[in-house]
Design a binder for this molecule. Structure first.
Ligand code: G3P
Length: 286
């Protein structure tokens, strides 16, 4: 059972239901799971299938559906994120079509969409239809401001934004500072946008995020198992000092979302990688 002193939702960041089983049995609970095309490509069964014979798009989607259905059985009622296939040019309509199919795969699905203009427009349409979303590949506070204003009034607290901590750390920027800045910006708002810290690489990241009571965190199996082994620390480890924190920025959250700059080079790189991993599994069979 989940300890009462942990308010943060803890999700497993994995495309492999076997990891779900292991982590759930070690921790005793999981609040959900997040998946993405890279994690799907790493799933041993999917890898094997693609190695034997490259998959058609329909076959890959079917494999993804089966994986999500297994995860859904292992975490009944959990928040399960399913990511659309999208590159920088994918139009909103195409994302919406995929999302409507994907949203049927779990009891409590969150459709993961990239923070591009098309991704935000797709989110607006889906929220209007009652489909929950997780806006991914967030690397700036301004992107979070845009998502906040674009989705205001469209949902009753059914939106996650996923700042990627580790990928900023990789560039010498303190990824945790992005999470803290977004938390601060959203502190006195209506709560319709929740912060889901992603790209977690260490027990240190996790323990600090639990201490700051971020709404949710998604964590690879390896880190969750290490955290358990370390006695499940909450805020007991020190942060590395050699990363440059991002400054807090003041934004007017009543502004039109299109007035914000949502571009970030890491979002572009992330989209390219997701698209390449997805494409590596498929071949046109028609
Ligand atoms: O949830 C997003 C996560 O899978 C990305 O992690 O380690 O590839 O930056 P990473």
């Amino acid at each position: 059972m989940k300890p009462a002193d942990i308010s943060t939702k803890i999700f497993l960041d994995s495309g492999d239901p076997k990891e779900t089983e292991v982590v759930k049995s070690v921790l005793g609970w999981l609040d959900g799971q997040t998946t993405n095309p890279t994690l799907l490509a790493r799933n041993p069964a999917v890898k094997q299938m693609a190695e034997n014979q490259a998959l058609s798009e329909a076959e890959l989607e079917d494999a993804y559906r089966q994986i999500i259905e297994r995860i859904n059985k292992l975490i009944p009622g959990g928040d399960i994120s399913i990511e659309v296939y999208a590159d920088a040019f994918t139009p909103a309509e195409q994302m919406v079509d995929q999302s409507r199919r994907f949203a049927k795969w779990a009891d409590n699905p969150y459709i993961k969409l990239p923070i591009t203009s098309a991704g935000i427009e797709a989110a607006q349409q889906l929220l209007q239809d009652g489909i929950k979303v997780n806006m991914t590949l967030c690397f700036s506070q301004e992107q979070a401001a845009a998502v906040y204003t674009a989705t205001a009034g469209l949902s009753g607290g059914n939106i996650f934004i996923s700042p990627f901590v580790g990928r900023l750390d990789d560039r010498g920027v303190d990824g945790l500072s992005l999470v803290f800045n977004i938390q601060k910006m959203l502190k006195d708002t209506d709560g319709h946008l929740q912060v889901l810290a992603a790209s977690i690489r260490s027990v240190e990241h996790l323990s600090i995020l639990l201490e700051t009571q971020v709404d949710a965190v998604t964590v690879p199996a390896k880190v969750l198992l290490e955290w358990d082994k370390a006695g499940r620390p909450i805020g007991t480890t020190r942060r590395k000092a050699n990363l440059t924190p991002l400054p807090y920025q003041e934004f007017d959250l009543r502004s039109e979302w299109k007035s914000f700059n949502i571009n970030h080079s890491l979002t572009d790189i992330g989209l390219e990688k997701f698209a390449a991993d997805w494409q590596s599994l498929i071949v046109a069979k028609n």
